[in-house]
Design a protein around this ligand. Structure first.
Ligand code: SAH
Length: 395
């Protein structure tokens, strides 16, 4: 069967020539050959018939996710090579086989040259999140390659993609175990313990991307009264306790998350009384709370998932940051984050600037934070830099 050729409109080849891995549907001039089904491999050409790349076809704004800019076969060898490359990077980073940390991102989509595929590693257990029909159709190859590459370092694989696969796609969506069937694991991050339940938890179970930023909270928490807003299962709180904070409150709107936060504190410390879990709305809490917290973490969910809601999202972030800045104690440390892909580093900084000005406090930038190296960013795909953070001192 002859492969399908996608011909781009004149001028629409520029981003592919700079190795950006997405082809938007509006860039397509015509489709030659068989009409592709969702998830099929298609070849992309410019309007003078020059080959540009090949990748997975899908209906939607991003029509093609490029897997290779070379004319190679996308077969079991391709998957094995890519996955080995990703695993070797985690080895080089000292994560795979580390005795202090056994939870990290094993495969980070575009950042590892595998758009649409995320795999997080939980002390031997891999949790897979598929974002494209193409990756869905290749799951068997992918699972086999992960198994072969990790060998005894892998005890099971869970496919958790019901919420991440395109909802309109005509495929059967189900979360299930490819092999191994424990519903959760105890993991270790910088020698601190956490219970993770991938079946019921958010995302793949844990916010693996905040590991190094949580460690920084440990460095700055000593003797401070800490507030962990949008705290989920208490990641930042456990680090604050490890850093000898005076006490820490974890707040989240999810009662289930707070229950786990309490458990994670108990897993690591005997001084339970230093921690309080609060189920509440962060905005309402900030308005009512006292002004004696010396360290506040603001790690809200993505307020903007699309560009068309960007300005509303920035207003939301600003309101949140202003409230925290108004209430934090003199000389307090504020960790503030955005995990929205559409909020750029510059937008984020401008938002923090505007919040600081309207709070009327003197604000110093101490550290500029991002995602850790197991969430690599392809230089050709700046959208991959989704996590932005600032550590501020507020006077
Ligand atoms: N900081 C966490 C991850 C936070 S994810 C960690 O390191 O693990 C964002 C969290 O915000 C989710 O747990 C979600 O339940 C919570 N959330 C969303 N909206 C909220 C609101 N308005 N008030 C309080 N929590 C909220």
């Amino acid at each position: 069967m002859k492969s399908t050729r996608i011909i781009l409109k004149s001028g629409k080849d520029q981003s592919l020539r700079k190795y950006h891995p997405w082809v938007f549907s509006g860039a397509i001039k015509k489709i030659k050959g068989n009409t592709p089904a969702e998830g099929d491999i298609v070849e992309v050409y410019d309007n003078k018939d020059e080959f540009l790349g090949k990748g997975h076809y899908q209906k939607g704004t991003i029509a093609i996710r490029i897997l290779s800019f070379k004319e190679v076969a996308i077969d079991s060898i391709f998957w094995k090579t890519k996955i080995e490359e990703a695993c070797n990077l985690r080895k080089m980073l000292g994560l795979l086989h580390s005795t202090e940390t056994n939870v990290f991102r094993l495969i980070n989509a575009e950042g590892d040259g595998l758009p649409g595929l995320i795999v997080d590693y939980y002390n031997g257990f891999g949790v897979i999140q598929l974002h494209s029909v193409g990756m869905y159709r290749n799951l068997a190859f992918i699972a086999e390659a992960i198994k072969e590459t990790l060998g005894e370092s892998l005890t099971g694989l869970y496919n958790k993609s019901v919420l991440t696969l395109p909802y309109k796609a005509d495929i059967e969506k189900e979360n299930y175990y490819l092999y191994g069937d424990v519903s959760g694991n105890e993991v270790k991050e910088h020698d601190l313990l956490f219970k993770v339940n991938w079946e019921e938890g958010q995302k793949t179970g844990f916010y693996v991307d905040q590991r190094e930023n949580r460690y920084m909270v440990k460095q700055l928490a000593k003797d401070r009264k800490v507030l962990n807003l949008f705290g989920y299962t208490g990641g930042f709180s456990v680090y604050a306790l490890a850093g000898d904070c005076e006490r820490v409150d974890t707040l989240d709107s999810s009662a289930k998350a707070i229950e786990l936060a309490d458990q994670n504190v108990e897993l690591n410390f005997t001084e339970k009384h230093k921690h309080k879990g609060i189920v509440a709305d962060a905005f309402s809490f900030l308005k009512e709370m006292k002004d004696d917290y010396g360290l506040i973490v603001l790690d809200p969910p993505a307020f903007a998932k699309h560009n068309n809601v960007l300005s509303n999202a920035l207003q939301g972030y600003k309101r949140l940051n202003r409230l925290a800045m108004e209430k934090i104690a003199q000389g307090g440390v504020l960790f503030t984050f955005s995990c929205s892909q559409v909020v750029s580093t510059e937008n984020f900084r401008k938002m923090v600037f505007a919040a600081s000005a309207s709070a009327g406090r003197n604000v110093k930038v101490l550290y500029q934070l991002t995602q850790p190296a197991d969430h690599p960013i392809s230089i050709f795909h700046p959208e991959g830099e989704y996590l932005k953070g600032l550590v501020l001192q507020i006077n």
